[in-house]
Write a protein that binds this ligand. Sequence first.
Ligand code: XMP
Length: 508
Amino acid sequence: MEKILVLDFGGQYDLLIARRVRELGVFAEIKPYNKISLEQIKSEGYKGIIFTGGPNSVYEESSPRFSAEILNIGVPLLGICYGHQLIAYLAGGEIRSAGSISEYGKTEVEIKKCTLFENIPEKSVCWMSHTDFVSRLPDGFETTAVTSSCPCAAMACEKRRIYGVQFHPEVTHTEYGKTLLSNFLFGVCGCSGDWKMDDFIEKTVAEYKEKLKGKRVLCALSGGVDSSVAAVLMHRAVGDNLVCVFVDHGLLRKNEGDDVERIFRGKFNIKLVRVNAEERFLSKLSGVTEPEKKRKIIGEEFIRVFEEESRSLGKVDYLVQGTIYPDVVESGKGDASTIKSHHNVGGLPSVIDFEGIVEPLRELFKDEVRSVGLKLGLPEYLVMRQPFPGPGLAVRIIGDITKEKADTLREADAIFREELEKADVRPSQYFAVLTDTRSVGVMGDARTYGHTVALRAVTTDDFMTADWTRIPFEILETASRRITNEVKTVNRIVYDITSKPPATVEWE
Ligand code: XMP
């Protein structure tokens, strides 16, 4: 299989580079610069190498470097930002600090003809983010691009197939970034672009078959996209040595628990332990109204239940986690101000004794995970579905939680989702919330005093910010009529028209 090495020097866009390369149909592998030797690089047969950006300055003592010998192994190289400077430095050029004229943001770049810039106009917009710049080119290189303040925005040594760009072709703000990367892969490295998700599946399954031979593997299955795909992928690798534990905390959506059981045990023949812990969770939550407290209780109880179950399974060697790339980035950010304490299985390893953790999806973006899921035969409705928070309906029932309220919300939520899906309107996330407001209504000739349900739908790319979705009134009308008719105790429906910020997606 042809592949590209993304040699990581600590940049913030490393995975984005790999993703872009994969989007172009070539497999990209990321290796930190200090975790792979020159010998390994030579023996892996890479078609090309991309040096990533990084926060350092090449002259600092502690800066990440690589043996200059890499320039002589005959594999095409592309350096990006710090990678560009490092190549210049290793090849004998000079780097200087631009001091007060550092460039940041969208910048006009003027290019000269070279293989890397095929089909790119002479002037276009690129994304810059740097303080240092290449002040003297190494022998044999020529400047191939400039900006108004950067005299070497790109350089090339066509003969040795070595290139460097000061800007970031991997971000969408660089107008012709994709063309540039495609020129490197196909024009310079001679790739054929035949990589598919099937190759990822094959490679990952083969790798874990070997690594986990004879080991017992445990997976905390939530029924969400990531843990589901991770479980099925691991099942391919280790078969019956995989056991999935699915904790049903009683705050799942309508039919969700039974669906999980049907799919994983029924369709895939995976060993599945379903823990019906509704009563246990509801009793812990009884009378609790404070949102953070609810989250904490559920998170802790989840770990406790999972711990008990895994103990009863005897010795387990590995824990599978459905970590995906955005989780890796999020946790690396060390965000100091907690808005909500998120619940997922991230806290498990510290309380359970495992030999190791396997995270087969940690290099994939959500859309790539979905495409793996479909290829593995998971049903489309599961793979394509909207996110659902770990604490489930607990953060959508305002005030104290009871089984009656959870059942009421489950019904209302199912109707709202059904109406949207029937009309093929699919916001990024859509659900119902059971408020703690009661109001007076009239049904037949009788007075009612019922619950108010809020409907919520948002449109977003990243869930960090979100806009409320302009759902057609007809859908809202039908959903409102059906919920008030079909769900006992609900007599009023409101639609949430707040964006994030100032609100959040969930109500708690
Ligand atoms: P907020 O409410 O913070 O939600 O705007 C942003 C996204 O995160 C989801 N969410 C969670 N996901 N565990 C999760 O796995 C949680 O505890 C959790 N809380 C919120 C929310 O559904 C939305 O997609």
